[in-house]
Design a protein around this ligand. Structure first.
Ligand code: KIV
Length: 306
């Protein structure tokens, strides 16, 4: 069994030029599969607001939502390092409430670290969290919780003054004690320069090849949505959306056609008593196994679910 990574391991991975793989997960099965696949870090991102809850932005996501989903992920990935997003307005509003909200995500959710969006503006809160013993991952560049302030989902750091500000933010987060920083939708040269400047790992999303690790959204790499919207920064590795749609459509057709359930999905009576009372029924009469009144030998399922 693989051991869960620590922030020390993650920092060492940067030194060793061993790229860090991070992916979002929001529930028990996605966490189980991510762990089985050998992922380094799971992010319980507030992107769950978009891809799981159907909101247009991450802004409506609550602390309760994040606790609920982190708990499910923690049950599925007991040996993977889990980072959870602090949602909109649960930090940056004073140290005391930031610490209280962070404590709930760690204690009730079971995260190993928290991610906060922002740079110099939240550095003092990052420092307070780190002093309280909470590992913090920063997040700069396109910060979705500020989408209305940024004027949309646009590449950041294209202008000289924007690039200087992002470099300043990255350094402030490192100085405040962050153990890693997500760089989202940042130009490749700037992301590479920030990665070289810092001693802590950078994890890119739409930030090119110069980062120390990469993060993507579970639903994006699997095309697990409808309609699926292509994004330049995403590579899709499977088309689960089509697979699920086709499977459900086959199920609907078979139910309508009376092809499901078939004999092998049905439970016969142990004795002839039920048949005696109510008759074997039309479906059972068409089946020699059912007509004998004996339970099918294929019924493993019955022991747990009858
Ligand atoms: O919420 C999220 O999924 C994120 C990633 C896009 C980095 O913050």
């Amino acid at each position: 069994m693989r051991k869960r990574l620590t922030i020390t391991n993650l920092k060492k991975m940067k030194q060793d030029k061993n790229p860090i793989s991070m992916l979002t997960a929001y529930d028990y099965p996605s966490a189980l599969l991510a762990e089985e696949a050998g992922l380094d870090v799971i992010l319980v991102g507030d992107s769950l607001g978009n891809v799981v809850l159907g909101y247009d932005t991450t802004i409506p996501v609550t602390l309760e939502d994040m606790i609920y989903h982190t708990r499910a992920v923690a049950r599925g990935a007991k040996n993977t390092f889990i980072v959870t997003d602090m949602p909109f307005m649960t930090y940056g509003i004073g140290r005391e409430s930031t610490l209280r909200n962070a404590a709930r995500l760690m204690q009730e959710g079971g995260a190993q670290a928290l991610k906060l969006e922002g740079g110099t503006d939240i550095a003092s809160e990052v420092e307070a969290l780190v002093k309280a013993g909470i590992p913090v991952m920063g997040h700069i560049g396109l910060t979705p919780q500020s989408v209305h302030q940024l004027g949309g989902y646009k590449v950041q750091g294209k202008l000289e003054r924007e690039a200087e500000k992002l470099m300043e933010d990255a350094k402030a987060l490192e100085a405040a004690g962050a153990f890693a920083i997500v760089l989202e939708l940042v130009t490749e040269p700037l992301a590479e320069a920030i990665s070289k400047e810092l001693s802590i790992p950078t994890i890119g999303i739409g930030a090119g090849r110069g980062c120390d690790g990469q993060v993507l959204v579970y639903h994006d790499i699997l095309q697990y949505s409808s309609p699926y919207i292509e994004k330049k920064m995403v590579k899709t590795y499977a088309d689960i959306g089509s697979t699920i749609r086709n499977a459900i459509s086959s199920y609907v057709s078979e139910v309508k056609a009376g092809a499901f359930p078939a004999e092998e999905h049905s439970f016969g009576a142990k004795s002839a008593a039920i048949n005696h009372l109510y008759g074997a029924g039309e479906a059972a009469n068409n089946s020699s196994n059912q007509a004998s009144g004996e339970e099918s030998p294929k019924r493993d399922f019955v022991s747990n679910h009858s």
